[in-house]
Design a protein around this ligand. Structure first.
Ligand code: PMP
Length: 377
């Protein structure tokens, strides 16, 4: 533990108190000082929407807070089924299975589908939950260089025993870039590999009706075997789901241990996510606002070490953990909360500020951040 401190890799919880008045992204720090957050994945600003809140309160009044049991042992409510059906019809897939969180979904899906004798090809910057799912499966893991389809093709060409699976984020959580899905799907077809796509940061943000990376690339959902989405980011709630064929959902309901052995999502969250879905699906105005915020920020601070990204995840690559912490602390003095992200969350020497934009930010909020960054960098 002392080694972590010495390397500037020690982590502490940061408590942001809700500020009276405006709501997220405005908070207060420990001493009551105002803080404007650029740290949330609430991309569309739905977490504080009255429609979600009112739906959740009404459901709590009727059903209580916790679901009280696993989905297969009495924890399932009509609200869960209604949400799963609505998600399936939005995406145009046969079926959806709800999970307690994206982390649980990835562990459950990968360990249920991928066998010990299989081969997994994974982007080096995949989310930790995908990596852990592969570890749990016991499959052989080959990691290809980030976004490098030539490297992926070289691995696939070597072949091997068992079923091949390509596992990737749709939008990479720390860099914010988008997977080159058309090339990846072509390789999958050529080598008979299945695709598992994590749409945690893509649903609600990319594509027509916020349908994610597949829609962004004008592809069809059935070109991907398994799609995972979380309800904790653009949906503004909590929980997660897996979308695909009826056969897939039947198999996961019977085999995914993180589904079978977890307490069902509180039904109040299911109704909140149901309410969020319409706002997300028809949320073009919010998506447009996000694009404007991103373009404005980049135009106002053109010389900063931005990572290439067309999404609300905007990384400033600072390299050294100490420098990332120092810049984050300077921003905090200016009333702006932009956390430093350090190894092992990101590769060695690529510590950064992970700035996330939201439709809940105002134009003035973006101006404030831009002015502060110009003064510091
Ligand atoms: N996948 C990715 C790419 C993520 O960024 C995250 C959340 N950080 C998850 C999965 C886990 O989702 P959840 O927060 O719903 O557990």
């Amino acid at each position: 533990m002392s080694a972590l401190r010495a390397q500037d890799l020690w982590r502490e919880l940061q408590v942001l108190q809700p500020a009276p008045g405006r709501g997220p992204p405005t908070f207060m720090g420990a001493r009551g000082e105002p803080l404007l957050s650029f740290a949330s994945n609430d991309y569309l600003g739905l977490s504080a929407e009255p429609a979600l809140r009112d739906a959740a309160i009404a459901e709590i009044q009727q059903s209580g807070v916790g679901a009280g049991a696993a989905p297969l042992l009495g924890g399932e409510r009509p609200a869960h089924a209604a949400l799963a059906d609505a998600l399936a019809s939005w995406l145009g897939v046969e079926a959806v299975l709800l999970f307690g969180s994206g982390y649980l979904a990835n562990l459950g899906v990968i360990s249920a589908l991928v066998g010990r004798g299989d081969r997994v090809y994974a982007d080096r910057l995949n989310h930790a939950s995908l990596v852990d799912g592969v570890r749990l499966s016991g499959a052989r893991l080959h990691r290809y260089r980030h976004g490098d389809m030539t490297h992926l093709a070289q691995w696939l060409e070597r072949g091997g025993r068992g079923q091949a699976w390509i596992i990737t984020d749709g939008v990479f959580s720390m860099d914010g870039d988008i997977v080159p899905l058309p090339e990846l799907a072509t390789l999958a077809r050529q080598y008979g590999a299945g695709i598992i796509l994590d749409e945690a940061h893509a649903f609600g943000v990319l594509g027509l009706e916020g349908k994610g990376t597949v829609a962004h690339w004008n592809m069809k959902l059935h070109e991907v075997d398994v799609i995972m989405g979380t309800l904790g980011k653009a949906f503004g709630v909590y929980g997660a789901f897996v979308a695909g064929s009826q056969d897939l959902v039947d198999l996961l309901r019977n085999r995914a241990r993180s589904f079978i052995y977890h307490t069902a999502l509180p039904s109040a969250l299911a109704v909140a996510a149901f309410a969020a879905l319409d706002l997300l699906r028809y949320g073009d105005a919010r998506r447009e606002r996000l694009t404007q915020h991103r373009q404005h920020l980049r135009a106002q601070v053109p010389d900063a070490p931005w990572l290439a990204s067309e999404t609300p995840i905007q990384g400033l690559l600072l390299g050294d953990a100490r420098r990332a912490l120092a810049v984050s602390a300077q921003l905090r003095t200016a009333g702006l909360y932009c956390p430093a992200v350090r190894p092992p969350t990101v590769p060695a020497d690529s510590a950064r500020l992970r700035i996330t934009l939201s439709a809940a930010h105002s134009h003035d909020d973006i101006e404030l951040l831009a002015a502060a960054l110009r003064g510091i960098l």
